[in-house]
Design a protein around this ligand. Structure first.
Ligand SMILES: N[C@H](CCC[C@H](N)C(=O)O)C(=O)O
Length: 277
């Protein structure tokens, strides 16, 4: 099957077209197994996740699957890569794309410059535990304490398309991201697990974010996680409503208005033929 590989600030994805998968007799029930195999960085192509594009009348649908095979509703860096694929393959016209996801219908404004910057309306965050979801009787879960290996972490949780836990720290270098991230990802408070974002504030409009992703592990960037971090920082009075998020390979601009807007680049890496066994 024909694939294309893209990355959004190092968060990398393999994209297939649904029609091509069907033509190769790949059933939807095989998508999770295909994702695990194609995302393997030794025996596959290698990626943090896989996306399948379904062409529709005036929009496209994005099916997103983590590298562990879990199907989830949304991916911020992924949807910018997805729009790059749409543009390159001339699937939709114009420079505003509508993309259907399990988190809802999203609107993307593309500027096909050399960095292919895209502004995505990421929708509204949800803070009620039922929506996230969380197993707690609290009305909101903000700056609540979770103990990991004897250390107390102040955790704030929200749904930004997908579940996110946000932890503000003095210095990212002092955090055992893998250990703490993995523990909170799988904490009983999160019945569908969660992504975990560690945030270091540089200024009211400038932060560093490092993310342990549900179903994908430590990634170089997380778009929904960057949005979640700014939403929570603004809510707590730490941040302004427009923030530069510094990630390993570059920056995202996050604006919290009526909805949350994310602007950032994506890059085509390769295309080719993948043999699914
Ligand atoms: N990397 C993605 C997040 C994927 C979310 C996925 N890890 C999950 O919620 O299970 C992003 O840029 O928003």
């Amino acid at each position: 099957m024909q694939f294309e590989k893209y990355h959004g600030l190092g968060n990398d994805f393999i994209i297939f077209n649904y029609k091509d998968l069907m033509a190769n007799n790949i059933k939807e029930e095989n998508f999770p197994d295909l994702a695990v195999k194609v995302c393997d960085r030794h025996t596959g192509i290698g990626a943090d996740g896989m996306m399948v594009l379904v062409e529709k009348e005036d929009r496209c649908q994005m099916i997103f699957i983590n590298s562990d095979g879990s199907i989830v509703s949304m991916c911020g860096n992924g949807i910018r890569c997805f729009s790059n694929y749409i543009y390159n393959n001339k699937i939709l016209d114009g420079t505003t794309y509508k993309v259907e996801t399990l988190a809802g219908l999203l609107s993307l404004d593309i500027s096909p410059d050399e960095k292919f910057n895209v502004k995505v309306d990421m929708g509204k965050p949800l803070l009620d535990p039922v929506s996230i979801p969380m197993s707690t009787s609290k009305e909101k879960f903000i700056n609540e304490e979770i103990v990991v290996d004897g250390k107390v972490y102040k955790v704030s949780a929200l749904l930004m398309g997908v579940p996110h836990a946000v932890i503000f720290v003095d210095n990212l270098e002092n955090i055992d991201l893998v250990e703490v991230g993995k523990t909170i990802e799988n904490h009983p408070l999160f019945p569908q697990k969660t992504n975990v974002n560690f945030v270091q504030i540089l200024d009211v409009d400038e932060i560093l974010v490092d993310t342990w992703e549900r179903g994908a592990g430590h990634t170089l960037a997380c778009g929904t996680g960057s949005c979640a971090s700014v939403v929570m920082g603004e809510l707590l009075g730490y941040l302004s409503s427009k923030v530069i998020v510094h990630l390993t390979l570059g920056d995202l601009i996050i604006e919290v208005k009526d909805e949350v807007y994310m602007t950032g680049p994506s890059e085509f890496i390769a295309k080719g033929e993948y043999k699914y066994k």
